[in-house]
Design a protein around this ligand. Sequence first.
Ligand code: TRP
Length: 513
Amino acid sequence: MTTKRETWNTHMGMIAAMIGTAIGLGNIWRFPYLCGKYGGATFLVPYVILLFGVAIFAMMCEWVLGRHTKRDPLGAFDKIRFPFGRDIGAWGIIGPFFLYSYYIVITSWVIFFIFASFEGLYFGRDTGEYFCSFLGSKSIFITHFFSVFVTSAILAMGVQKGIERACKIMIPALFVLLIVIAVRSVTLPGALEGVEFYMRPRWEGLFSPETWIAALGQVFFTLSLGMGAMLIYGSYLRDEWGIPMNALCVTLGNTSASILAGFAIFPAAFALGFGDIIGGSESIGLTFFVLPKVFEVMPGGHLFGGLFFILLTFGAVSSAISIQEPAIAWLKDEAGWSRPKSSVFTGIILWFMGIPFILNGFVKGGLGDKLALLSKMDVIIAQLAIPIFGIISIIAVGYFMQDRGFDEMNKNARVRLSKTPLKFWIRAVVPIFVGLLFILSLLKVLEDNHVIPAVLPTFRDMQFNSIGITPMTVFMIIFTALLFWGGFIFATVKVLTIEKDKKRKRDGHKHSG
Ligand code: TRP
């Protein structure tokens, strides 16, 4: 095999592309919604544990599978002789269709809000009601069609590289704007209650397996795992790039955005009177009625709002194209179709698949009813299918690639993971832990449906008695800020100096040799 596989040209470009696919609606829509639903900081604890204990390893394993085999998911599982490898790998082609079908519907809400913000359509109105009425209007058909059209057109023209390049500006800009919004949100009168909710863990909730399963789904979803996407990206990774530190960079960079989104949304939610909605079935639209209210109370809100939704569109579209791409790549390579033909074909199917979620918006009732189908699909895909495939990647590396896998992970890495604990972690701890979570949540489902008598304590205590900031909250704020934002900056600087070092050495060799 002498054909050289395409790789990213620069290290920074690679990190930007990875963070680009990872950052999207998962950070701004899904994270705050789940975090609210499962009790704010009570959700953050399992989220952080699973992020560093499971998801980052799953990401490294997907990269290892991709880089080692230099194949797509189908070929990769086949090549390492995983039982039913091609069938399992096929999930990397089929799975994304289901994810895309509702992901693009949410993208179309974002696009609608660009116009709604510039035009000031929701200003001075009940934003919850406004959002609800949008879901049952003609406009959603238009923005949905437009969203599918845009991603398919980008892929048909093969210009997704251009989009990725644009994201290098747009995603940092999104960060900056999020900071501005978070500052406005935190300084609203009554915002501290929201900060408390978001940052002070109420330990009781930690015993609920539901919370853990939701967090497990979110850590996989937000890092774009469990769909073969990171596996494909891994196949473009250059051999000289160490996997562990880069995985850490991407993880921290992505999570920084989610944490920030929480600071933009929760304080404002409490200050502006949405506190009761958090946790209920309506909260799936949280981002889309809290942020508009923040723009309303912000000087230059029309402009900020419009700009924010434009930037978020870039995040969502760059993620959506990465979800649509595997099927196109497969049609091109296996069926010999042209890129435009594959794009149009997948686009039409994906457009159809989104229609049920839109029609659901026309039923009578509240937001919870209008989004019932979408939220069910989201649970099935993100909480079940994605983690299962993610764990399969871990098992594939741990049990089928074994030493080849562990060596690939540490190849050319300055910061190496010591092999014995790594092996133990990947082969035993992660599968057992995640398996246990699945069993516990299954028991919970059976218990809720009265199949078995109550075996698990359920605490969903959303009450909190003190208003104002407690020392614990202050501690948690400093802790998360240091961990994610500080850690991200530190890790990125470190990786870049390592690369510079290596380059200097290589150049030195060239000159002396
Ligand atoms: N991570 C993206 C987000 O947070 C969504 C996404 C893009 C994704 N590609 C994926 C999720 C592949 C799972 C698998 O918005």
